[in-house]
Design a binder for this molecule. Structure first.
Ligand code: ATP
Ligand code: MG
Length: 550
């Protein structure tokens, strides 16, 4: 497939900045997750963008925890974030905590008060909302807006000292209540929250708001390009205002917004995903159906495929939804050149080769990969009793069905030509076994050039077959069948089936990937796989629902 040439508008901006020497030759980015859940594939997009931009320009990228909310941060989330970033193949320059800047942020707020650019406001939250106005109407100025600098300093100091209750007052930036941009109508920059913080303990009972904190975090770290998602576009004037009015940084960071990644048939919201986990609807954050990085890792997706996907979708300025099938396509493209094949049959039907000697076993040499001959071959036992896939037999064949049916001859992959002679039934009419014959002349590799057959199917030797369990996954979310406009959880998103594998599967290790010939790509579940419990997750099936654009 031809490489898609994507123009990355962020790189264009950076190229221009380098030409004009805006930040000297520095390119410094950051990835700023809030440690309140596991990262998802949308975050992967942001990680790839931030880290590979830094890489491309010989710059640096920080991992910064956005922990300005004193809500309980979980060490589990922090560990998972670091594991996920590393798994994607990136290494941060510094690992930082936004809460480490609380002192600087407080100082900056005091500076703004001294400059007459911030004031303590005692309107109730409802009043503040009411005074803010609407998109059509300007806001109203707070009666506390013109307090003296001294009074503001005293009150802010007292807020910090714990003299007031949560919500009793806030610190607001004094900008413009008539601004067409509502974010500029005297936004709140500090609020009172009497809550313990995981990093700063009970040192603070006032906490900075995101819009005030984030530009300061970026500026203190010397970030040059602060890449974020589109919903912050309207906040950019405030971002710039904070940097400019605090006035401490001669080379201010630039906020650049790009479109969030949305994918079909899944959900990209930590809050929603957390609910699925908390309600026990899925097995956990790393359930292979989840769009979390932990989930897709356990599902068997590779970091290479995820990076390729993020590269292919490019960086857009307008929100859109990407087809899940594109991500699956990237996974297939990556796996097809590195994963060995194994024979596995589902819905097994017993085949007896009636003219094959009883008690005899031949070892058949079968290639591990059609794409990559260097992956070599393996020996697969073949004998009189075999299993074939339920889908590879039809008692009454449909048109263009070239697999096994009574009277038809097919190739058993890597073995012989086999003809189905008779269907033997149980009392209840179900199929007991197929009686077939083989043609000894047609052994694979013998140079046999006789008859042609249209169908090739795979098989597993019955005596040495290894029972395995396969978990097939469907989409996490589907359209509401009742017709609502919200997607709902797909109750049929996991199917567990029993199957038989060729004996080589016994060497599989947890986390190892295979192509199950003619079925798809599978991974031995990293968490549950053992010799007693051979659980394989289907990573992706073989057919591609997505066709590259010509
Ligand atoms: P969620 O809504 O899923 O909780 P979030 O934006 O609140 O996501 P953060 O931890 O604040 O999560 O995000 C860290 C970074 O990842 C931010 O810079 C954010 O813009 C980016 N990000 C989050 N979701 C996406 C997405 N779907 N596509 C691209 N970037 C994203
Ligand atoms: Mg967030």
């Amino acid at each position: 497939m031809p490489e898609m040439e994507k123009t990355n508008f962020i790189h264009n901006i950076i190229d221009h900045d380098l030409e004009t020497g805006k930040n000297g030759d520095r390119v410094y980015t950051r990835f700023p997750p809030e440690p309140n859940g596991y990262l998802h594939i949308g975050h992967a997009k942001s990680i790839c963008l931030n880290f590979s931009t830094a890489q491309k320009y010989g710059g640096k990228c920080n991992l910064r925890y956005d922990d300005t909310n004193p809500e309980k941060e979980d060490i589990e989330y922090i560990n998972s974030i670091e594991e996920d970033v590393r798994w994607l193949g990136f290494q941060w320059d510094k690992r930082l905590w936004a809460s480490d800047y609380f002192d600087i942020m407080y100082d900056c707020a005091v500076d703004l008060i001294k400059k007459g650019l911030a004031y303590v406001c005692e309107l109730t939250p409802e009043e503040i909302k009411e005074y803010r106005g609407t998109l059509k109407e300007p806001g109203k100025e707070s009666p506390y807006r013109n307090r003296s600098v001294e009074e503001n300093l005293k009150l802010f100091e007292e807020m910090k000292a714990g003299k007031y209750e949560d919500g009793q007052m806030v610190l607001r930036a004094k900008i413009d209540m008539a601004s067409p941009n509502i974010n500029m109508r005297d936004p709140i920059i500090y609020r009172i929250v009497h809550a313990e913080h995981h990093n700063t303990g009970d040192k603070w009972c006032i906490y900075p708001m995101y819009d005030f904190a984030h530009p300061i975090e970026d500026a203190v770290e010397g970030i040059t390009h602060s890449i974020c998602t589109l919903e912050f576009e309207d906040h950019r004037p405030l971002y710039d205002w904070v940097i400019e009015k605090v006035g401490r940084w001669p080379q201010p960071p630039q906020q650049i917004e790009f479109a969030r990644l949305n994918l079909t048939n899944t959900v990209m919201s930590k809050r929603y995903l957390k609910k699925l986990v908390d309600d026990g609807v899925v097995e956990g954050w790393d359930d292979p159906r989840m769009p979390t990085i932990a989930g897709i890792r356990r599902r068997g997706y590779t970091p290479e495929a995820v990076r390729d996907f993020c590269e292919r979708i490019g960086v857009a300025k307008a929100n859109s939804t990407v087809e899940m099938s594109l991500l699956e396509h990237c996974v297939r493209e990556d796996l097809k050149t590195r994963v060995p094949s194994r024979n596995v049959v589902e819905k097994p039907i017993k085949v007896i080769i009636t003219n094959y000697p009883e008690g005899q076993t031949e070892m058949m040499e079968i290639e591990n990969s059609k794409e990559v001959p260097e992956m070599g071959t393996r020996q697969v036992p073949f004998s009189r009793e075999l299993w074939v896939d339920g889908d590879d037999f039809m008692e009454v064949p449909e048109k263009k069905y070239f697999r096994l049916f009574p009277g038809n001859e097919v190739r058993f992959k890597g073995a012989y030509f086999i003809t189905c002679q008779e269907v033997v039934k149980n009392d209840d009419g179900s199929i007991k076994e197929l009686h077939c014959t083989y043609d000894p002349e047609t052994r694979s590799g013998s140079g046999f050039e006789g008859r042609k057959v249209k169908g090739t199917i795979h098989w597993v030797d019955a005596a040495t077959a290894v029972p395995i369990k396969i978990r097939n996954y469907g989409h996490l979310m589907i359209d509401d069948p009742e017709g609502g406009d919200k997607m709902i959880f797909n109750e049929n998103s996991m199917e567990v089936i029993d199957a038989y594998a060729e004996p080589a599967i016994k060497d599989a290790k947890a986390g190892e990937r295979f192509q199950f010939f003619r079925h798809g790509y599978y991974i031995a579940d990293a968490k549950l796989y053992s010799d007693e419990n051979r659980i394989f997750n289907r990573i992706v099936d073989l057919k591609s629902g997505w066709k590259p654009a010509k």
